[in-house]
Design a protein around this ligand. Structure first.
Ligand code: ZN
Length: 994
């Protein structure tokens, strides 16, 4: 699981990868106590800030978020950057429209927040972000909801459409409010798109015509997925596969009528009785399609065999693939004797008797799609009920126009008296099996459990059924679409292959639906069903819809929709009636053309960012239409995220009671918790887990960052950025130089992670930098000088300069993920700023100019020694100790001397002392003597690496002999009768001390 490895950087030891130094949390031990005796309180510069340490959960949290949103004018940021970044490069994130149906769920949160993190980062990087959120408004789910609302099963089109529109309006407003409340930066009031907008609909009509005109749209009778429960065709994306569907599988024997001469001769040689009945064996899981059987397909590459068996008391010859004889015996229980073997090609001239209508004689036809798997190697072909069957039927000129199953999934009258009106999947299927059993064709039947397509809305099984529909000719577009994908960047990178596989296996795309809630297919039909459309009619209808919306198609008169002068331009005979079509367009075609209808045809999006279900849906329909209409992919980069699961990795469902609503997080803990969770868990894995424990750990992470920001803000309360020119005119203290270097490296690392969209790693990097480098190392080592040195001293100002750079760096890094927290801190840090939002700033790294030579290497070695010293004194209070240190290397000891130099005449107030958190520190030239053994705490010798050399060092620790300073709490008061140390005396003057 991502994000859980390093939750508690400040507690657990952690390896610093860049420097390979171990940072340790020494905050508790090393820090000089911030509580001086009351007498000196007013002389100490304690942190001051109104930035609250924590905000209570619940209503206080919600109010705080609301307050930040208003005061930082979050609603205006999008419009501001459109204007202010006018001359900057554009970054286009094209929004995949969510369905305007129902309330928001965590899936929406993952999607919208990942987009917003991306956009906010881009704004900080100076891009002019183009992000127009949209909604997918038409389609069956909303239509079914409308019917539910109307309380009926079917109604007039205008009533359904009216009810559907009100659902869309209501849901999109609710969703929009949620998205905006998550801090998603967009112009929510004035710059969003709806697929049910008049202009969007008008564009659909125009695009339909252009595709038709380019010969990429055609109408044909073809088997399509058909939902009897919704009485409409369905696209692949509208299917759900039920893994536990039960079907009846049957081995059926059909009498062979015309035998080939070669087979007759072969059989005679093999001693087969020529009076014996010859039967071809077929296997099917859809016996209800047998009335529509028109051929049996064989594979010319396979070898087939005749086998003799006793069936129902008679010797018969069965025909099947040679390699499946063994299986056939096991399945049917028949004992067979093998007869002659021959090639598939020998079947080409033969015929058989239709399984349910003995008066019809049907052919054997060759087809490469026949493989050895289940069954007999002979495949029953019902051209109107299967994709492969259809292709075989087309090739061999079989009847493709007769379908014996109607829109309700029931047999038509043409299927005969017994079957007419019967449901094909249930009682119709049983009647067919009964018939086969009675006439002795059924060799075996059994119930099998397998994966079967269901209607995604009604959860009822669908069938493949030929009907007259409109199609997009994917075949023509596919090669170019596959080619353009090579230039698209995918995250994760295997996305390209997944998408190519899906595209390659897509058969054809049915784009017409027999429903009410959608954009009409703008075609008229003659009485005999010939479609009528031309440029004039399409542009007339497009203009009408652009002005009035698509309702006109159902509400206006024929003359209005197809005026006489346009009708004259069509091949419709004068005086002959024409009718307008009743089909609507597939919503995946509508949404898939948003690159043209919402974004603009002249633009190509820099990024599409959606869940992995869109490989086969929106990504694909967008690609197909963009390639069809302008020969390029609509996106330069595709980022794919996973789906939210509960803490135990289970799918969320109402029945399991494990659904996590986004409001349950935002209303209780605040929006940033939701956003940090998305960043930490929503990238880098297909399963995005959420639950109580995870949210608690996210809260803990954020609280640590908040407290660090608070500490920094408090120490910057008296700082004016431009009062002294660090680090140009004045050098920073060495510790500050080093920290600034770390800050710079941190910003660079985070920047590169953002570029790669690895937001989980960004979150981890921020947490670890805040807990380790910042909190455990730097803040601890500057506390003494921040509190106790003179206000305008170099020691304080140098640290403050670095603190302000640090605050900026952490705000830049965390801002895209947790804008509320960062805006709040920005307001506290800059109460009189002219900028209303932190995001009006630009991304930058700290300027690093001159440095002490070997700074990084020296600090590397020093911190290694610090770890050893900490280890040696385990549970001791470091502040009571004096450290004696000896290093046998000129470079390192010179560096330690620089660090150990005091601004004051006295000891106990150098950067080195504060780094170790002791009260006194002496750099020794010689090995330690056996000093006062009673005072000794620890002693050790070891080696430290510096520039790949091993440098020996040794140290001993002893208790301080001196008294404790009442002001800085260090044990370094050397003069009897004084209550503060020399340094503190130096700072506050003689008047104060006794
Ligand atoms: Zn002191």
């Amino acid at each position: 699981m991502i994000g859980q490895q390093r939750r508690t950087g400040a507690i657990a030891p952690f390896v610093h990868h860049r420097l390979c130094i171990k940072w340790k949390s020494t905050a508790a031990k090393a820090s000089p106590s911030p509580k001086p005796s009351k007498k000196y309180t007013t002389t100490i510069l304690l942190p001051k800030t109104s930035y609250p340490q924590r905000i209570r959960d619940g209503s206080a949290r919600m109010e705080a978020d609301q307050h930040v949103r208003l005061t930082s004018r979050m609603d205006e940021l999008y419009a501001w950057q459109r204007d202010a970044h006018r001359s900057k490069p554009e970054f286009i994130l094209h929004d995949g429209p969510p369905y305007a149906n129902g309330n928001v769920h965590v899936g929406h949160a993952v999607n919208k927040i990942l987009k917003d993190i991306t956009n906010r980062y881009k704004i900080l990087k100076g891009y002019r972000v183009d992000y127009r959120p949209g909604w997918d408004c038409h389609g069956l789910p909303i239509e079914l909801k409308a019917l539910e609302k109307l309380g009926v099963q079917q109604d007039t089109t205008d009533k359904i459409r009216k009810a559907a529109r009100s659902i869309v309006d209501e849901c999109s407003v609710r969703q929009r409010n949620s998205f905006a409340s998550w801090g998603v930066c967009a112009n929510w009031k004035n710059d969003v798109y709806f697929t049910a907008d008049k202009k969007y609909e008008a564009k659909q009509i125009e695009l339909f015509w252009r595709l038709y005109d380019a010969d990429l749209i055609y109408r044909e009778l073809k088997p399509v997925y058909w939902s009897p429960s919704s009485q409409t065709s369905l696209a692949e994306a509208e299917l759900e596969y039920n893994e536990k569907h039960e079907s009846t599988a049957a081995f059926v024997a059909v009498p062979i009528v015309k035998k080939s001469d070669y087979l007759k001769v072969m059989s005679m040689i093999a001693g087969v009785d020529m009076n014996m009945e010859w039967l071809a064996v077929i296997w099917t899981t859809t016996p209800w399609t047998l009335p529509a059987n028109q051929a049996i397909a064989f594979n010319p590459e396979l070898s087939y065999a005749m086998v003799i068996a006793n069936f129902l008391g008679e010797e018969c010859a069965f025909l099947l693939a040679e390699q499946l004889i063994e299986k056939f015996q096991q399945e049917t229980g028949l004992t067979v004797r093998k007869g002659p073997v021959f090639s598939g090609n020998d079947l080409a001239t033969m015929t058989y008797q239709q399984p349910v209508d003995p008066t019809i004689e049907c052919p054997f036809v060759p087809s490469g799609h026949v493989v050895l798997g289940k069954g007999s190697g002979l495949v029953h072909i019902a051209p109107v009920h299967g994709h492969d069957d259809y292709l075989v039927g087309k090739k061999h000129k079989l009847d493709l126009s007769t379908c014996l199953v109607d829109v309700n999934g029931k047999f038509t009258e043409d299927a005969g008296d017994i079957l007419a009106g019967k449901n094909a999947l249930t009682d119709g299927n049983a009647i067919v099996l009964d018939f086969l059993n009675t006439n002795g064709s059924l060799l075996k039947q059994e119930t099998i459990v397998h994966s079967y397509p269901y209607d995604w809305r009604t959860k009822k099984p669908v069938i493949l059924r030929a009907s007259e529909q409109w199609f997009i000719d994917v075949e023509k577009i596919r090669p170019k679409a596959l080619e353009t994908l090579q230039k698209v960047e995918f995250l994760p990178p295997n996305g390209r292959q997944i998408m190519m596989n899906q595209l390659e296996s897509r058969p054809y795309w049915c784009i017409s639906r027999q429903r009410s809630w959608g954009v009409p297919i703008p075609v008229f039909y003659t009485v005999d069903g010939r479609p009528l459309i031309n440029e004039q009619s399409a542009s007339h209808i497009s203009a009408l819809i652009g002005q009035n919306g698509s309702d006109v198609w159902w509400e206006e008169t024929d003359e209005m929709l197809l005026p006489g002068h346009i009708r004259k331009t069509m091949q419709a005979e004068e005086g002959h009636p024409v009718r307008r079509g009743t089909d609507i367009m597939d919503i995946w075609l509508e949404a898939g053309t948003s690159w043209a209808a919402a974004l603009g045809e002249e633009k190509v999006a820099d990024l599409y960012l959606e869940g992995h279900d869109q490989y086969s849906a929106w990504f694909q329909t967008s690609l197909i239409t963009s390639v069809a209409l302008r020969n390029i992919a609509p996106f330069k980069k595709v980022f794919v995220h996973g789906f939210a699961l509960d803490e135990n990795g289970r799918k969320m469902s109402k029945s399991l009671g494990n659904v996590v609503e986004p409001t349950s997080i935002t209303d209780q803990h605040g929006v940033d918790i939701l956003r940090w969770w998305v960043a930490q868990y929503g990238t880098g894995s297909t399963n995005i887990t959420i639950g109580h424990k995870i949210i608690e750990s996210v809260k803990e992470n954020l609280l640590k960052i908040r407290n660090t920001i608070r500490f920094v803000l408090g120490n910057l309360s008296d700082y004016q950025a431009d009062s002294r020119k660090f680090p140009i005119d004045e050098p920073l203290l060495l510790v500050d130089q080093y920290m600034l270097l770390l800050v710079k490296e941190f910003v660079q690392k985070v920047d590169s992670l953002y570029t790669k969209m690895e937001y989980n790693k960004v979150a981890m990097e921020i947490s670890s930098f805040v807990n380790s480098e910042t909190s455990s190392f730097y803040l601890t080592s500057i506390k003494d000088r921040m509190y106790c040195e003179p206000q305008d001293s170099l020691q304080r100002r140098s640290a403050q300069f670095v603190l302000s750079e640090l605050l900026n760096a952490v705000s830049l890094s965390a801002g895209p993920i947790v804008p509320h927290m960062v805006e709040e801190s920005f307001q506290h840090a800059n109460p009189s700023s002219e900028m209303f939002s932190f995001f009006q700033k630009q991304w930058r790294e700290p300027e690093v100019t001159t440095w002490q030579k070997n700074l990084k290497e020296n600090f590397g070695a020093l911190l290694e020694i610090r770890d050893e010293v900490n280890k040696a004194c385990a549970s001791q209070n470091m502040l009571q100790l004096e450290l004696n240190l000896r290093v046998e290397n000129a470079q390192l000891s010179g560096f330690l001397e620089d660090l150990g130099r005091s601004e004051h005449a006295a000891v106990g107030c150098s950067q080195l002392v504060d780094l170790f958190g002791v009260s006194q520190l002496k750099l020794q030239k010689a090995r330690p003597d056996a000093r006062d053994e009673n005072q000794k705490v620890a002693q050790s010798s070891s080696e430290v690496s510096l520039n790949s050399k091993k440098i020996p060092y040794s140290f001993w620790l002893q208790r301080c002999d001196d008294g404790q300073c009442e002001r800085c709490r260090k044990y370094n008061v050397k003069t009897n009768g004084r209550d503060i140390c020399e340094r503190c005396l130096d700072v506050i003057g003689n008047d104060w001390s006794k």
